[in-house]
Ligand binder design. Structure first.
Ligand code: NSS
Length: 433
């Protein structure tokens, strides 16, 4: 049945002339005299269908008369080139069939943000969200391809775990048959088991953070891309991140300039994203923050969103911050032997105040060093026995990182809010729809 229908993009691309049948949803409608102009959309584009009273049968005309925005329809007719029609082509209908009339669509212009979030299941059909989700799909494909081309394998971690990875305050607790367990914050610890078999692996899976505050860059459920590499130093790790971000931006700018333009973006903005990216040592960051007006910024302080915005506002490329004080960061990060008291870790900050895209580090690979750090952080070692075990049998130096897909999409598409980078956002006050 599928192949008797033509997709709208084929018509707009000039590939299909003469008689066609299309199917889709009513995007817009206007009527004048004995004519209805019904703009129909499918997943590939929109096209105007002219339904004339003296050309179609009475039922078809009545159908076109009563359709709502978003009614589903099948249109048979003739393709005509027409400069006045949006897209340059129009269909002169011979038959206009209703698949489902439905009810009046509840979403019109100028609706509140809350209303649009409540009707997200319907709002997803909008041009804006459709274009964002198309771009997201390309971005995710490019990321996967980047890693496949470098010989990485994709593996699947458990989502329910007893091992917190990024601190207790954002753990989602659940009752696992009477035992406490958590929704995963990161697949990293499991990745460290995978690399002893596969060397270079990545995970693309949801991570969960019980974020207590509402910000434009935090979700409670987000998609986390986590590569982990045996034998990689932190330097190798940073180079890989640069290469990955550069490739995704370059491919998006060159292969989907039209989509970016539809989203109101200048493809050149992404073309400028070329490796290497600037780097700043946390130690140099302190005087820099003073210069930028944050006089109280001191050793051990984290960047808040104002500080991040000030640091990255004028940049065209992301910037690495590296060598953080040990106490600020997670237990698994290796201390820098050349700079004791700091860890071999980096955050990659997006330009324009979009915030942190990536957190990465070299991991502690010696057992005694790991156990000492875990005791310092007061972790329940029995929950991590397996993780410690990885340092007991053929441990190797290794590094990895975590990239928030929605953070990347937010920055690349210059979105105001992270919730628009994911179809059904989960934030502190929303788990519906
Ligand atoms: O906490 S991270 O900085 N690091 C980790 O989870 C490591 N265990 C990853 C690894 O090395 N395999 O989070 C990594 C990234 C961070 O830079 C953001 O881009 C994203 O995950 N992230 C989030 N995105 C959206 N919403 C929230 N709440 C969020 N938290 C982190």
């Amino acid at each position: 049945m599928g192949n008797v229908f033509t997709s709208i993009s084929e018509i707009l691309g000039g590939k299909k002339t003469g008689e066609v049948a299309i199917r889709g949803w009513v995007y817009r409608k206007r009527s004048s005299g004995g004519m209805h102009f019904v703009v129909v959309r499918d997943s590939t584009g929109v096209i105007q269908c002219a339904v004339k009273k003296d050309v179609v049968d009475a039922k078809s005309f009545e159908n076109a008369e009563k359709v709502f925005i978003e009614s589903s329809v099948i249109v048979n007719g003739e393709v005509k080139e027409d400069n006045r029609a949006p897209g340059g082509y129009e269909i002169q209908a011979k038959q206009f069939e209703l698949v489902h009339l439905g009810e009046a669509f509840p979403i019109a212009k100028d609706q509140s943000v809350e209303f649009l979030l409540d009707t997200r299941h319907l709002w997803l059909r909008s041009q804006k969200l459709t274009n964002i989700m198309k771009a997201r799909d390309y971005i995710v494909r490019y990321l996967r391809e980047f890693f496949y081309n470098k010989g990485f394998r994709e593996l699947s971690p458990p989502i329910i775990t007893r091992a917190g990875c990024e601190g207790g305050s954002t753990l989602f607790k659940l009752d696992y048959f009477g035992k406490e367990a958590y929704l995963t914050q990161s697949g990293q610890l499991y990745n460290e088991a995978f690399i002893t078999a596969f060397e270079k692996v990545f995970i693309l899976a949801p991570s969960f953070r019980a974020e207590q505050s509402r910000t434009v860059r935090h979700l409670c459920e987000y998609w986390h891309l986590e590569p982990e590499m045996a034998w990689y130093s932190q330097e190798d790790n940073m180079k890989l991140q640069e290469e990955m971000v550069e490739e995704v931006c370059q491919r998006m700018a060159s292969e989907h300039a039209d989509l970016l333009k539809e989203l109101g973006l200048e493809p050149d903005r992404l073309k400028k994203v070329k490796a290497p990216f600037p780097r700043i040592d946390y130690e140099e960051l302190i005087p820099k923050m003073h210069e930028l007006g944050f006089k109280k910024f001191k050793w051990g302080d984290d960047l808040g969103s104002d500080e991040e915005a000030a640091l990255t506002k004028e940049l065209e490329k992301p910037i690495f911050i590296h060598n953080f004080p040990k106490g600020m960061k997670a237990f698994y990060m290796r201390e820098d032997p050349e700079k004791p008291g700091t860890v071999l870790a980096s955050d990659l900050q997006a330009p324009g105040g979009h915030g942190e895209l990536i957190g990465g580090s070299e991991r502690i690979w010696e057992m005694d060093e790991l156990l000492a750090r875990m005791r310092e952080e007061k972790l329940r070692i029995e929950d991590y026995q397996w993780y410690v075990d990885l340092r007991r049998y053929g441990s190797v130096p290794h590094s990895g990182f975590g990239l928030g897909i929605e953070r990347l999409v937010k920055w690349m598409l210059n979105l105001d809010h992270i919730r628009d980078a994911i179809p059904f956002p989960r934030v502190i006050n929303r788990v519906y729809p």
